[in-house]
Design a protein around this ligand. Sequence first.
Ligand code: ZN
Length: 340
Amino acid sequence: MLKKRLGISRNGLRIGTHRHSILARSSLLVATVLTLAGPTPAAAQPFEGCPSNPIFAVFKDVGRTGRMPPAMGSWIGDPDAQKIVPWKVFDNVHYVGVCWVSAWAIRTEDGVVLIDTLHEPNVDQLIANLNEVGIGLDEIKYVLMTHGHYDHVGGAFKLKPLLPNARFAMTRAGWDEALESAKQSEGTPRAWQMIQPDMVVKDGDVIKLGGNGFGILETPGHTWGTASYTYDVKDGGNTYRAITVGGLALTSVNGSQQVESYIASVDRIKRLVQQPGNPIAVHLTTHSFSAGLMEAREKLAARQPNQTHPLVDQQDLLAQLDLLRGGALRRLEVERRAGR
Ligand SMILES: [Zn+2]
């Protein structure tokens, strides 16, 4: 019933070629502010599993109408509906996030780096996922946070006392926006708390841990404080440079200046991706549906020994960045026309 109302096909997951799925992703760019409802008592289940294209299809509608279907808001806010089984993505990387938002655990010889904390109601799942993939909470040395939105950093408050050896890192502006956002949420049904700034990182910093180097890029646009992170991922005997692009959607844009920053950040990432000698070939996204992650999971499971890893795809990464850029150009026109 709900599926019908949302126009979601059971087979949506399998429709379209790879190229079509990239095109479908562009709809995220025009998505407007997401109004998230808390879980409802009889939580609606608009999706089976975590299929990228149907989720994106809903966001296309959100972009057109500026309205979040209530079932979608409930789904995002329902920890049980958000569960997905954690999986080994690369030899040194596990996906430990939920369907809506990612958390990445990168193992090194000297401990683990976690990227993003999820939202507070998802932290129990995050801990269960870490446990399931054999990562002890005391092994986590850094928690690199991408930006100050509750779905990426709202778990920090609950997580920090549980990670005795971890430094929580974010950009200065990221900490500021997280604290401000948490403060604004006080007294609302979706109130959340933020930890005080622990470690402040800035553009060009590299955190070295156990043979890996985690590069920090300040990439303002999605929010002013958004950071992206680069690091090595391993597949058999091969090592690839990966990036987690810190923020994707233009959901928190306030004026043309921010969109211009967004475009400049995308252009900079594109140059880094194609950097001679140290190219980036892998995007480990902050939102799985934006990069067809669950479908890549299926491909990885069915991979033959002579095939490359489905997520090692620089052309796809560049195509994703081009789509982000195209959406931002359209949004720039809208902002300028509105005199913002
Ligand atoms: Zn965000």
